[in-house]
Ligand binder design. Sequence first.
Ligand code: HEM
Length: 301
Amino acid sequence: MTGNDFIDVFEKLAGKHPGVRKGHAKGVCAIGEFMPTEVGRRYSDSPLFSSGKSAASIRFSMAGGNPHASETARSPRGIGVKLTMADGSVHNLAGLTTPVFPGKSPEVFLGLLETLLPNKQGKVDGSQIMQYRHDHPSTLPQFNWLQAHNPPSAYTSVNYHGIHAFYFVDGQGKKTKFKWRLVPKEGEVLLTDAQMEQLPDTFLANKLEQQLLQGPINYELEAVIGHEEDETNNPSLMWPDSREVVTLGTLSIRDSGDVSCEPINFDPNRLAKGIEPSDDPVLKIRSTAYAISFGKRLSGQ
Ligand code: HEM
């Protein structure tokens, strides 16, 4: 199995949309900056925490390969952030509004996507999807989370989760496992059931533009610090709520609506010095899938 298998199945599910991202096809660009606290320096010698402000290129998006996805759907929203430090080095973040991923491995996720394809009669078989979920329980935590939480009322009124484990590495080579999340300073505001019925399919980009007329929107970048026993290779599971949470800095979103994020590949394995990927197989395969999607869309495929 390779990253290309995912591109194939995304294109089968959503149809071909030349020049568009094969995942998270619908989205909006934004720009801002990241200001670190002192805390990151305790764990990592990354310039992200020691060299002041970084410039932020951001993209908010709807999950899936459909560029016309409904923004009231019970599906994840995504954020891509490319942080460029004073010395020119780059750190990417690409996370979802769900704290977990629908499968403990690329194989389980690919199998789930395949059950969503129409059968020979041209129908999506709901009982096949239920059976697959039953046989592969690691697909359930995200499904249950999406049923229990209405979608956000704005791209900036919801938490985003890095989902995978990463490592901080300090100057002595000491590693600390963590998972990142972005938490809006103003708190979360989700759609009501009535709004989910009434709102049009497209409102999020416009809402973001309107909100930014009032001034920047601030997010805290937090790290959940893992314990020895916390798994690093299963993105379908959260670590216990009791884990220590530290604030790494503030992401301020200043403006939106240009095309500056289009030529960006928010590959989540492009990390600053002092931060390393874990052994999560889903994290690993993302780089190939993103590179293929990036190459295709920039060449008009
Ligand atoms: C096997 C697992 C996954 C596959 C195959 C996959 C595939 C993709 C692809 C092909 C794109 C479009 C990339 C581009 O054209 O630049 C994309 C975008 C994205 N994915 Fe994934 N993804 C996976 C898992 C995840 C996970 C675990 C997260 C969150 C932790 C995530 C968050 C995002 C976000 C936020 C974007 C939009 C980035 C942007 O705006 O450019 N994905 N994904």
